[in-house]
Every structure is written in structure tokens, then in C-alpha cells.
Design a protein around this ligand. Structure first.
Ligand SMILES: [Zn+2]
Ligand SMILES: [Zn+2]
Length: 366
């Protein structure tokens, strides 16, 4: 089958012929319907994070189950699934405590080593092992993932559109409703209006936030944010976003979501907070980046900084729920999808994303 293989920073993205093996016990094989191109994938391409290579890229996608391994009970052949990039083990301390987004096996083995639970991979090419990316690797025609990484969803949902629930929407809506648990009537600001930031806007709308301030440097993205529920928009290329938010909220916001994750935006998110405010780090910086804050000011104003991984969601519960919200018209997904390309055009999709020309591009296997 064809897959997009990453071999190292600065090397061109290859469309390669990759062998995919049968699922082992507890694993399922999925034929990919669509895969979303996420900003985190750009970090991979730039070499911002240390990952084992070669690997099949992609961590957002949807598809149809074509085979199941021994002992699989929650997913069956023919099921429509959204892929989860925290395919939780269900057995570690955090999984048992009901916090699968904090799965220790995923954090310590699956993600850093580019493997499945048993420490091996199901991809190969010409005798060479090819690694998984976050247990998903959706830039491929077919994948093998742990059972918990393939979440069954209703069959009347358009399978390509809901692929973005697997990363952008789960991360953004989850950050608002699960990580921060924003209360009705709160003032919310979000820095960055890509797929995750726009999902934060929609989560804040679901939470009945009183004020939803969207911040970006591109007018086109701010237009989309307005359509998705932002009450105010701030063009950070024209004005100081910190001053603008402090003015709009009369002193600072209750919640600020950094959906970009640069050192500057993280520091801005803290400067935008009012008394008792909470900054939520959702976007991801390169490994090793360090932001500064003044502990005295944080303590005196009773403020909090929260990290949000995968929106602190319970994938099994929240992914089907987010699909339901979309089917009921309570969240919009089509507005966030700026285009569709065949899988082999992954390189061009990344160029669009890096240049700010795209929100979410879907890659469709031919
Ligand atoms: Zn992502
Ligand atoms: Zn676990």
C-alpha cells in the first residue's frame, strides 16, 4: 500500500510502497478514508521533536475496520472508526483511574518509540522496519492500531469530515470542556485560529462563555472564527493582542487558551489573564522551549497554568459524542476543512499549512 514516509528533517516527504502486517492480539486493521493534516505534523517535518525514523506520518484520521486481531471485542470488521492518538492501554495507573489521555504506556513506549504495545511495528518496506507515529500513522491507505485507538462511530456520519474529530476537535473542545471546565458566563480568549483554536472557539460556545475573543494574524482565519462563535476578534498583526484582550475584558480574561504554543504566545496568554484566571497550554512548542512567568504575580492573582494533552478527553466516550454534536448541528466541521487532496500531495498540503493558506486539509487515499 502507499504511505507517506518521513525519513528525517530536511528530507523530502516520500510516497512509499509500504507493507502492512496482520493485526496481532488486541489490534485492528483500518482502511483509511481521510486523514487531516495537523500543525503538529509540521513540527515532525522540521525536526522539532525527537522521533524514531523512518515513520509513517499522520495522527488524525478515520476509516473502516477491515480485520481484527485475537481478543478484540469493542470493534468489529465493517465498523466506521475515528482514530485516537492516545490508544490507551487500559491497564496502567492512569488508565485504571479513568484518565486514558494520560496513559503511561502510550507516553513512555508507544509515542516515543514509534511502536505498538509490544514494542514492535506493523509496517515494513524492503526489509526495513517502518515506525508508527503516535500509534496512528494515518497518512497511509491502511494502518494497524491498538483496539483502543479505533473508536467506533455512527455510520450515518460522513466519514471524511469526522476524521478531524480525532485530533483538532477533540483537543480544542476537550481543552475547554474537560481540561479547563469553563463555566457558563466566563470570558475566554484563544490565541491562534487553526484547527485546534477554532475548536476551542466552538467549545467555548458550547460552554456558554459570555465573551469569546479569537486572536490570529490572518484576517481569513478570524472570519471563520466569527462564523463559529467568536464574539470578538483581534488581529495580532495590527494591534497588541495583550492590550486588546485586557481592554475587551476590562482587566483580563477568565480563561486564555494558547492554541499555538510558541514561547511568545504562552507568555502572552499569562499576561492576558484577569484575577483568578487560567491559562491553558494546548498548542505544542519545539522540545526544550522555555517560557517565563512571574510567580509572585501568578500567586497574588490566584491564577493557574494548565497543560492540556488531547483535551484531557476520554476518547471512547468523547469521540462518539463529538460526532453526535456535529450531526446535530451543534459544532461545525466543514467550515474548518479548507480542502481535500490525494494522499500523494501531502507535501503540497504541508506547504499550504505552513504558509497559512489552509485550515485543515484532508488527505484522501486514492
Ligand atoms: Zn494534531
Ligand atoms: Zn494506560
Amino acid at each position: 500500500m502507499q504511505a507517506i514516509v518521513f525519513r528525517g528533517a530536511g528530507q523530502p516527504l516520500e510516497v512509499s510502497e509500504v507493507g502492512v502486517e496482520h493485526p496481532k492480539a488486541g489490534e485492528v486493521r483500518v482502511r483509511i478514508a481521510a486523514a487531516g493534516v495537523c500543525h503538529s505534523d509540521l513540527h515532525v517535518l522540521k525536526g522539532d521533536w525527537q522521533l524514531p525514523t523512518p515513520l509513517v506520518m499522520g495522527h488524525e484520521g478515520s476509516g473502516v475496520v477491515t480485520a481484527v486481531g485475537e481478543g478484540v471485542s469493542k470493534v468489529a470488521v465493517g465498523d466506521h472508526v475515528v482514530l485516537s492518538w492516545v490508544p490507551a492501554c487500559g491497564k496502567c495507573r492512569n488508565c485504571v483511574a479513568g484518565k486514558p489521555a494520560r496513559c503511561e504506556l502510550v507516553a513512555r513506549v508507544v509515542a516515543p518509540n514509534g511502536v505498538l504495545y509490544d514494542g514492535t511495528t506493523r509496517f515494513h518496506a524492503g526489509g526495513e522496519r517502518i515506525h508508527h507515529y503516535l500509534g496512528v500513522s494515518s497518512f497511509a491507505e491502511e494502518v494497524v492500531v491498538p483496539e483502543s485507538g479505533a473508536i467506533p462511530i455512527r455510520k450515518d456520519a460522513p466519514l471524511d469530515v469526522v476524521s478531524i474529530v480525532g485530533c483538532a476537535v477533540a483537543t480544542g473542545v476537550g481543552a475547554v470542556l474537560r481540561t479547563a471546565q469553563v463555566e457558563a458566563g466566563s470570558t475566554v480568549a484563544v490565541i491562534g485560529c487553526g484547527g485546534v483554536g477554532l475548536s476551542v472557539v466552538q467549545g467555548a460556545r458550547l460552554a456558554n462563555a459570555e465573551r469569546i475573543i479569537a486572536i490570529d494574524v490572518l484576517a481569513s482565519k478570524l472570519d471563520v472564527a466569527r462564523r463559529l462563535g467568536a464574539t470578538d476578534v483581534v488581529d495580532a498583526s495590527a494591534v497588541d493582542p495583550v492590550e486588546a484582550v485586557r481592554e475587551l475584558t476590562e482587566g483580563g480574561a477568565d480563561y486564555v487558551f494558547d492554541a499555538i504554543g510558541k514561547v511568545t504566545t504562552t507568555e502572552q496568554s499569562l499576561s492576558m489573564l484577569g484575577i483568578g484566571g487560567t491559562s491553558v497550554i494546548v498548542g505544542l512548542p519545539p522540545a526544550g522551549a522555555k517560557a517565563q512567568f512571574e510567580p509572585l504575580a501568578l500567586a497574588e492573582a490566584d491564577q493557574r497554568i494548565l497543560g492540556s494533552n488531547y483535551g484531557s478527553i476520554l476518547p471512547e466516550r468523547d469521540v462518539p459524542w463529538l460526532v453526535d454534536l456535529y450531526m446535530e448541528g451543534r459544532i461545525q466541521l466543514e467550515e474548518m476543512i479548507s480542502g481535500r487532496r490525494p494522499l500523494r500531495e501531502a507535501g503540497a498540503a504541508f506547504e499550504d499549512l505552513a504558509a497559512g493558506r489552509a485550515l485543515r486539509t484532508l488527505l484522501i487515499p486514492e
